[in-house]
Design a protein around this ligand. Structure first.
Ligand SMILES: NC(=O)c1ccc[n+]([C@@H]2O[C@H](COP(=O)([O-])OP(=O)(O)OC[C@H]3O[C@@H](n4cnc5c(N)ncnc54)[C@H](OP(=O)(O)O)[C@@H]3O)[C@@H](O)[C@H]2O)c1
Length: 405
């Protein structure tokens, strides 16, 4: 591809960032030919030529000069329609839409092969941190044991306000909303869904396995309470919302999103505010750490620009790991050690703990620490939504295959 003519879908936070970085990117040899938005009458950046804007998808999809679609809209269903139409017509796509990708990746991978079109989406997982392409290319071997990290900037910002600046959870949430780090309905972020969708995409490129969202245990930070914060502080730890995929044996891996107690010896302990951090652990090299801005207009646009440049050099994901023999299988038959704080709901008798190692009861709140199967947590997932309950993981390595020390 010599000159790239872009059809841009979406001109919000990310779309405007792309417009801005492309004006500066001399080596991209890429120009935006048309921008499709939802509401064409909305006031826009003053230097945007009005002729660039349209609200008709066909103005981009039917334009024979446009050879790359960049899709950054906030509607997953409409994004699915745009991306599949483009791929079917053999037009390459760059997307940042994790919600759409996490639900439809198997079909989108198949369509890329069938219609010989490429779909790149590094911006969908961790904004400016190049996780996907690194997992796809550099970590293309059997040594990878675990990918784990803080994948959601909004919830991390809130937890940082609590642990580093002494705010209550309610104050921190208000603060995050005022600064634009959390939506008016923050469920997508603090409920763990954003991190889950990123984790699903990461797992496809880490282990060559797709697992549908509804099969994965996802638990957010919305029920966190002063008692949990106090408990973490007493143990000199922070609570972070952590997403992880980990091999538990040669033949199996597990994955989940949940709050975790994190001590100062862990890399992610120092990932604060709206930042993201990803730890990649493997045999022979122990742990590696990637840190950076996981969201925001320009950080995300920089990742999109990288995908645009990659297409200029005909780069595409080959999904090599999906064709490997002996790929590990997804399992929830793993034991976690969790902290469960509860009020009136009788957690010790309702959750089928294999072993209880600590129990504390007081007038205000109670907690129990014990071992439980991930499959049992999934089976009791609805119970855990009760507002007097909060659970968090006490992390440990699932596999001791690290031979570096
Ligand atoms: N924000 C981030 O930091 C970030 C980071 C990584 C990935 N992403 C992903 O990037 C995507 C966009 O995020 P954003 O924060 O830029 O969203 P945003 O600020 O809410 O902007 C959304 C844009 O999409 C347009 N739009 C919505 N539905 C449309 C449709 N059916 N057809 C055409 N245009 C449509 C809107 O048009 P109007 O302007 O007319 O309303 C708006 O310009 C999302 O998938 C998000 O998950 C965002």
């Amino acid at each position: 591809m010599n000159t790239i003519k872009i059809g841009l879908f979406g001109f919000g936070t990310v779309g405007q960032g792309i417009y801005h970085v492309l004006k500066q990117a001399k080596n991209a040899h890429a120009t935006i030919k048309r921008i499709c938005v939802r509401d064409i009458s909305k006031p826009r950046a003053t230097d945007l030529p009005p002729s660039l804007l349209t609200d008709r998808q066909e103005d981009i999809l039917d334009d024979p000069e446009i050879n790359l679609i960049v899709e950054v809209i906030d509607n997953a269903d409409a994004a699915y329609g745009i991306v599949t139409t483009a791929l079917r017509r053999g037009i390459d796509v760059v997307s940042g839409n994790k919600a759409m990708l996490a639900r439809h990746l198997p079909e989108l991978i198949d369509m890329q092969r069938r219609y010989n079109a490429a779909l790149l989406y590094d911006a969908s997982s961790c904004g400016s941190i190049p996780v996907i392409r690194n997992l796809e290319e550099y970590y293309d071997n059997d040594l990878l044991l675990e990918v784990k990290g803080i994948l959601n900037g909004s919830s991390n910002y809130i937890l940082s306000c609590v642990f580093d600046h002494g705010e209550t959870y309610g104050q921190a949430l208000d603060h995050a909303r005022r600064l634009g780090f959390a939506e008016s309905d923050p469920t997508f972020d603090i409920g763990g869904w954003d991190a889950l969708f990123k984790l699903i995409i990461i797992t496809v490129h880490a282990l060559g396995e797709y697992v549908a969202p509804e099969r994965i245990f996802t638990y957010g930070i919305q029920n966190i309470h002063e008692a949990d914060i106090r408990y973490a502080r007493e143990k000199r730890m922070k609570i972070k919302l952590v997403a992880q995929v980990a091999k538990v044996s040669e033949s199996a891996f597990t994955m989940f999103v949940m709050p975790e107690f994190v001590g100062p010896e862990k890399y992610i302990y120092s990932v604060d505010d709206e930042y993201n951090g990803v730890v990649i652990r493997g045999e022979c090299y122990d742990r590696q750490f990637m840190f950076g801005k996981g969201a925001g207009s320009l950080p995300t646009a920089s990742s999109i620009l990288s995908d645009i440049m990659a297409r200029r050099h005909n780069y595409r994901y080959e999904y090599k790991k999906m064709a490997y023999l002996d790929r590990p299988a997804y399992t929830t038959d793993v034991t976690l050690r969790i902290y469960a704080r509860y009020g009136t709901t009788d957690i010790p008798s309702l959750l089928p703990f294999k072993k209880i190692t600590e129990m504390y009861m007081s007038e205000g709140s109670n907690y129990v620490i014990g071992d439980i199967l991930l499959s049992d947590l999934i089976a009791h997932r609805r119970l855990l939504d009760a507002s007097d309950i909060f659970i968090a993981n006490l992390s440990r390595f699932f596999s001791d295959r690290d031979i570096s020390h």
